[in-house]
Write a protein that binds this ligand. Sequence first.
Ligand SMILES: [Zn+2]
Length: 206
Amino acid sequence: MCDCKVGPGKFEGEPALTFLAWDAMMDGSSDATTGDSERGTLTEWLRGPGPFGFSSDSVDAAREYGYCDPCILAALATPAAGIELWESEQGFVYGREFATLEDFEASLAEAEAEDAGPEVHVFEQTASEVAAQDEDAVWEYLKRPEFRLATMNGRDRERMLDAMVAELGITGGWYYRISDDGVNDGPFETRREAQTAADRAAGEWS
Ligand SMILES: [Zn+2]
């Protein structure tokens, strides 16, 4: 049945739906744009249901490009709940259909989160708080007779942490954590230093 004559080029190997969606997108029917053209991740999102703003001009253009009528008709009747489109660095256009709106929204949200970059958290910790997180050291100190009850008794716990801070030279300060991959570092003397280091780390991450 198919009589498509789509030669090599921009839409090579892509169905009529990709052509029509791209044409509609160029006419302004994209619902969202994500990514970055410099990184080759620029993506356009068309939320369904169809016909995604396909015009008779688009149909004519598709026919002219070499798509056959049965394929164009099938594309016009697409049950897709959404389409994403992107263009490779070489200029080839690719499309992906989403069967459900949930799939579409989930993928769009993921792409938007990626654009927003990793979440950076800058916070201050006291020396005792830092000491309490050093599990190996806490384990060692709990073996000492004078700190045996430190897991149950708040005052003993405080004394133990004070001893750790003094003996191990633990200092508090400013820290940062990057949520996405759990990178964290510190202490820094000031919030500004922690923020600067965090921004640098987040930049390398993305
Ligand atoms: Zn065809």
